[in-house]
Write a protein that binds this ligand. Sequence first.
Ligand code: PLP
Length: 377
Amino acid sequence: MSEVGRLGTGQMREALIDTDAITANVRHLKRVTGTEVLSVVKADGYGHGAVRTARAALAGGADRLGVADIGEAVALRRAGIDAPVVAWLHAPGTSFAEAASLGIELGISSVAQLRQAEAAASASQPVRVHLKLETGLGRNGIPPEDYGVVFAEAARLERIGKLRVVGVFSHLSNTSEADDRAALAVFEEGVAAAQALGVRPRLRHLAASHAAIALPEARFDCVRIGIAMYGLSPFDDRTSAELGLRPAMTLRAAVAAVRRVPAGHGVSYGYLHRTGAETTLALIPLGYADGVPRNASSGAAVRIGGQAFPVAGRIAMDQFVVDVGDLPVAVGDEAVLFGDPLLGVPPVEAWARAADTINYEIVTRIGPRVPRREAER
Ligand SMILES: *Cc1c(COP(=O)(O)O)cnc(C)c1O
């Protein structure tokens, strides 16, 4: 296990990223699924840093990377990452020329996008695409009534060398096993229709983290792994450790001030908390500008010196307060908001629960003012 180490001198806050954990998580998930792995590094690698996550995932055996926007894929190329990467969410009428020239694969959700891909093909280089099927989620993707037209056209463009259909894919709702199985059946019909019309994609991919773990029939040739690669559970009722995963992000700060106050002292905006007795208040320099949710003001806790202290009063833009009683907490002491619970710190899910959201949202929203630092190896 990597050493967590201390915050640097003069450093106020940081998100420590354990890239070894990401590598180990990918390796573990590849073993569990027995398929190719597409590692999803959109949204700056769910807040962990897209480039470092991509490198760590590839080191763990990821076969391909995935992002939402073409701009995210271009940034990976500019950072020197030449592994296969697919982008699947496009602005209307956007040009695919730059993406095509960089060998970026494109998710295609409509006939219009197929036309844009055709326009981006060069004489020497077909555009590599993954056809996205709508199978029930109600977002983008080719609807079943258009499968025939789109597959026939994709097959034609492939024959004349404009296109290479690398994959056919869809995305599940995780509503229930029955709903996911219904979508899976639509997906299989779509794949069969594609094959009947002459499209023979090497990769059929449907499952994200949830189904990759819980629904083996949805694994096909490749699984798209996001949250689980970061060591977090896609399930409400199963922890990271139960899934054999190690959370990669630790969010922590140095206590910025301590103050001894009498009983009845108000704390933070609106005095939602008043001290019950003489006590010490410690100021933590992280706030909602940094992605610490304001509506986690009651229910969340931080760990300082081996002990957990609940948030006292409102979380503000830049800071919040914890009531540490009579314990000898001092300026500069390390306060950990979340990390790997096996190391004795709160899990990110405690913050997600307090804010009535999911682990995905907490890590993804950690703001730009929080430096990311890679854990020492
Ligand atoms: C974000 C995303 C994923 C990753 O989902 P996780 O639940 O984080 O594994 C997979 N596929 C698509 C299409 C996505 O948009």
